[in-house]
Design a protein around this ligand. Structure first.
Ligand SMILES: Cc1cc2nc3c(=O)[nH]c(=O)nc-3n(C[C@H](O)[C@H](O)[C@H](O)COP(=O)(O)O)c2cc1C
Length: 186
């Protein structure tokens, strides 16, 4: 298999497209992020990489809290809008029905099937971006998106972001059972 060198690029496929919620100047704001992942299971934590110039980062640093909202494909226009416009110039929160948990500083999007309410535990300066690690203090799920108490991928219908072509996609077919299909190959 012949390989070509591309130089240092950030090409991990696929990525999620989530909405990061914050409060700045007592106002809720939402930013689209694809550089977001699970950071830890105990305590449950997430990490999101945010460019230093983003309004959202100011809010997160100011209040020490944020939210990670997992949208369904139905919200594709709203998600794109939250990545196109800045909270400096637009009121993006008016796109959503916003609710709050105990932290009060992490606005959550009711239309998103899953919401994580997080408090900042680490901020790592990486260069152009800061890696924000948040401990999840509560997770909310839309009742209709569960099957036997567990989130159901088909019902959630999450969005996938394809980096280099700048496209949103949805989940395809199930390929195999994880922690199972690889058994006996070694
Ligand atoms: C699909 C998509 C993914 C994005 N992912 C990130 C990301 O992971 N980190 C980041 O800093 N900006 C990301 N952005 C850019 C911000 O969402 C965008 O600059 C936004 O306007 C920032 O809003 P704010 O100024 O209100 O914080 C992404 C944009 C899009 C459309």
């Amino acid at each position: 298999m012949k390989k070509v060198k591309l130089g240092p690029r950030t090409l991990i496929y696929p990525l999620p497209a989530v909405l990061i919620g914050c409060t700045f100047d007592k106002r809720p704001n939402f930013m689209t992020a694809s550089w977001c992942c699970i950071a830890c299971s105990e305590p449950a934590a997430v990490a999101v990489s945010i460019k230093k110039t983003r309004f959202t980062l100011k809010g997160i640093e100011e209040r020490g809290a944020f939210s990670v909202n997992v949208p369904s494909t139905k919200l594709v226009r709203e998600v794109d809008a939250c990545g196109l416009y800045s909270g400096r110039d637009k009121d993006k929160a008016r796109l959503f029905d916003v609710f709050y948990g105990d932290l009060r500083a992490a606005p959550l999007v009711r239309e998103c099937p899953i919401n994580h309410e997080c408090k900042v535990v680490h901020l790592l300066d990486v260069g152009s971006h800061k890696l924000v690690v948040g401990e999840i203090v509560e997770t909310y799920m839309t009742e209709d998106c569960q099957v036997q108490g567990e989130p159901d991928a088909e019902k959630i219908d999450p969005m996938i972001y394809l980096t280099s072509v700048r496209q949103y996609a949805r989940l395809g077919d199930v390929l195999a059972k994880a922690y199972k299909v690889g058994k006996g190959t070694i």
